[in-house]
Design a protein around this ligand. Structure first.
Ligand SMILES: C[S@@+](CC[C@H](N)C(=O)[O-])C[C@H]1O[C@@H](n2cnc3c(N)ncnc32)[C@H](O)[C@@H]1O
Length: 317
């Protein structure tokens, strides 16, 4: 993008952030969409969370992925282009690229622009034969790839538990959009079905204060990007296990009542009132397969880790 295009894209992103923040913070049950957690600081904090012992999803997926990658590589065949949604530090993709026969391309889609570009700069020298295509985009909307997918073998990749950040309805809509983005393809998607409250608490309320820092960073971003004056010192990070539990919600809870402002609008908090900053839905394999099928995908194969909670689904569409 050239200078003026970059400036107008940045202005449009800011206008959307302001709209979403005002809609979420001026109503009775306050929330801000989780996608705003992801600036460079948020992405960096998440990478450190993944390295911690308490954050089980990354560890479980990384024990499963090498075995799955071999099986996927056999199905996909040579010369595939992998399209990853929410690529973050682009670490897990190495396992897939190493297993695939002569992979042709890697398209990394992420909303966190600077982090995305740095991750691809680190990855590219290790895979000189793979065309590297970073795409800064918001996948909660339709995404068009900057390359022709027709005639290519496409493998979609959505690891971690990010699909759980959508509500089940939104997840179906995302899977439909992913079909439109990828065209005829295979799609490898991670889901987590952990129910153990203690494991969930350790992963989502810990580890080492990093989760709290990730969520509190949203207040810094509201200040920096939108000029909101919410005082981070008045908020603490807390999680709520909801359902049986079938989802984990992250909140920033006001320690004391306060009045803040955003773009001239008052944002008032009672003591103990919170902002929901993210949700992680937990899926049993059957429940997720039903959502995928509703979105037009067919389940080709499913692998589970030894604990029977983390699942990698290979979908065909
Ligand atoms: C929880 S991290 C997972 C990173 C990596 N895929 C993994 O499994 O470790 C979520 C990633 O998705 C990106 N992300 C979140 N919402 C997004 C959206 N709406 N559009 C594009 N990227 C998004 C974030 O920037 C972040 O890199």
């Amino acid at each position: 993008m050239s200078g003026p295009e970059t400036a107008s894209a940045a202005a449009a992103e800011r206008a959307e952030f302001l709209r979403d923040a005002l809609a979420g913070l001026t109503g009775p049950a306050k929330s801000v969409p989780g996608k705003y957690l992801w600036d460079e600081t948020g992405s960096d904090l998440f990478d450190r969370i993944c390295a911690s012992a308490d954050y089980y999803p990354t560890r479980q997926e990384m024990t499963l992925l090498p075995r799955v990658a071999e099986a996927v590589a056999r199905r996909v065949g040579p010369g595939a282009t992998v399209v990853e949604f929410g690529s973050g530090a682009s670490r897990k993709i190495r396992t897939l690229l190493d297993a695939l026969e002569r992979p042709a391309g890697y398209v990394a889609i992420d909303i966190s622009r600077d982090y995305l570009e740095a991750a691809i700069r680190r990855l590219a020298p290790d895979y000189p034969a793979v065309e590297m295509v970073p795409v800064c985009a918001d996948y909660s909307k339709p995404v068009r790839l900057p390359l022709e997918t027709r005639g290519r073998t496409i493998l979609g990749f959505y690891p971690g538990t990010s699909i759980g950040n959508f509500t089940p309805r939104e997840a179906v809509a995302f899977l439909e959009r992913a079909r439109a983005t990828l065209g005829p393809s295979l799609f490898l998607v991670g889901t987590d079905g952990t129910k153990d409250p203690e494991r969930l608490r350790r992963a989502y309320a810990g580890p080492d204060g990093l989760m709290a820092a990730l969520h509190l960073n949203l207040l810094a971003r509201l200040d920096r990007d939108l000029g909101a004056d919410l005082d981070p010192g008045n908020f603490r990070h807390a999680i709520r296990l909801c359902g049986d539990p079938d989802r984990v919600e992250a909140h920033l809870v006001a320690r004391a009542g306060a009045r803040y402002s955003l773009a001239g609008r008052p944002i008032a908090f009672e003591p103990g009132e919170s902002i929901r900053t993210d949700t992680s839905h937990k899926y049993a394999p059957d429940a997720f397969r039903a959502l995928a099928e509703e979105a037009g995908w067919r389940s080709a194969e499913t692998w589970q880790d030894d604990l029977g909670s983390f699942t990698l689904h290979l979908l065909q569409g």
